[in-house]
Design a protein around this ligand. Sequence first.
Ligand SMILES: *[C@@H]1O[C@H](CO)[C@@H](O)[C@H](O)[C@H]1NC(C)=O
Length: 323
Amino acid sequence: MATGSLRRRLNKRSSDRRPQAPMASRPNFPSYYRRTSLILFIFLILGVFVLLGISSNMWSTVGYGAISTGIYSIEVVNAFPHDPNAFTQGLLYAGHDTLFESTGLYGRSSVRKVDIQTGKVEVLQEMDSRYFGEGLTLLGGRLFQVTWLTKIGFEYDRNNLSKFEKFTHQMQDGWGLATDGKVLFGSDGTSMLYKIDPQTLKVIDKHVVKYKDHEVHNLNELEFIKGEVWANVYQTDCIARISHYDGRVLGWILLPNLREGLLAAGNHGIDVLNGIAWDSDTNRIFVTGKLWPKLFEIKLHPIKKRFKDGAIEQLCLRKAFFN
Ligand SMILES: *[C@@H]1O[C@H](CO)[C@@H](O)[C@H](O)[C@H]1NC(C)=O
C-alpha cells in the first residue's frame, strides 16, 4: 500500500512538472536552483580547463627533458662529391654554394674553400706540419680554427687564407668550433660545451652535456642551427642536438646509413662521420665524414617508435677519450 501511494505520488509529481495553481507560491524555486547549478557547473568546467592549461604548460617547460628527447632519422636529398683525401674536422657554409673546411692529419692539415656542387677546392691554405687542423667557424669575416692536442688556434681572413694569426684558448684541447654570430662555441673532446669570447678567446661559460643522467663524452665537430648546438659524437653515427643554456641533449639524429652505405659501395678507406654545415638562407643541412668521397644534404624525420631502454645510449654514447 505504501508503495502504491508512493508510486501514485511519483506519477503525480512527474505529470505535474509544470507548476499548477496550488504550487504558485513556490514555482520559481526549481528553475532558480537549476540556473544556479548551471552557472556553478560552467565555472567548474572553466576551472578544470584553466588547471589543465597550467599543468600542461608546466609539463612543456619543466618536464620536457624528462618526457622525451626527440630522435630523428635522416633522408638524403642530395649527394655531392667531396675530396676523399680531406680528413674533415671543421665544416661550415659560407653562402653562394661554398663551404669552408678544415682538415686534419699531420702534414695534410689545411683550411680550404670548397664549391659544394663540384666538390672542387677553390682555395687551399696548407698548415705547418706541426699542426693537426680541427674545428673551424666563421665570425665577422674571420675564420677561427683550433688544432688537436694543443691550445693553439688560428684566425684567418676569409678573403685571403694566407693572412692568419695565432691565438691560444682555454679549453683542454681543440676539437670543434661554431658560432651564433656573437660568441664562439667550443668542444675539446670531453663532455664540456664552452662559450668563448671571440675577442679575448677566454671561456665565458661552460656546461657539461648530458643525455638523461649520462655525460656525453667526445663532443667533436659543432654547428649552431636554429638556436641549438649540434655536435658529432666521436666514433658514433649520431649527432647530438644540445641546449647551450644548460648542456641538455634535446634530440639525437641517427645517421648510420650514411657510413654503412659508403662502405657497402666499396669505400673501405673511410673514417667516421664528422662535419656539419648549415645554410640558414635556404635551411639546408650538410654532413660528411673524414675521408668520405661524398657530402650529403639531409632532411630530418622524427622517429615515432619507442626505443628499448639503453638503445640510444648504446648507439650514441662512448667511453671518454680523455681520462
Ligand atoms: C694575401 O695575404 C698575403 C699575406 O699578407 C699577401 O702576401 C698576399 O698578397 C695576399 N693576397 C691577395 C690576393 O690579396
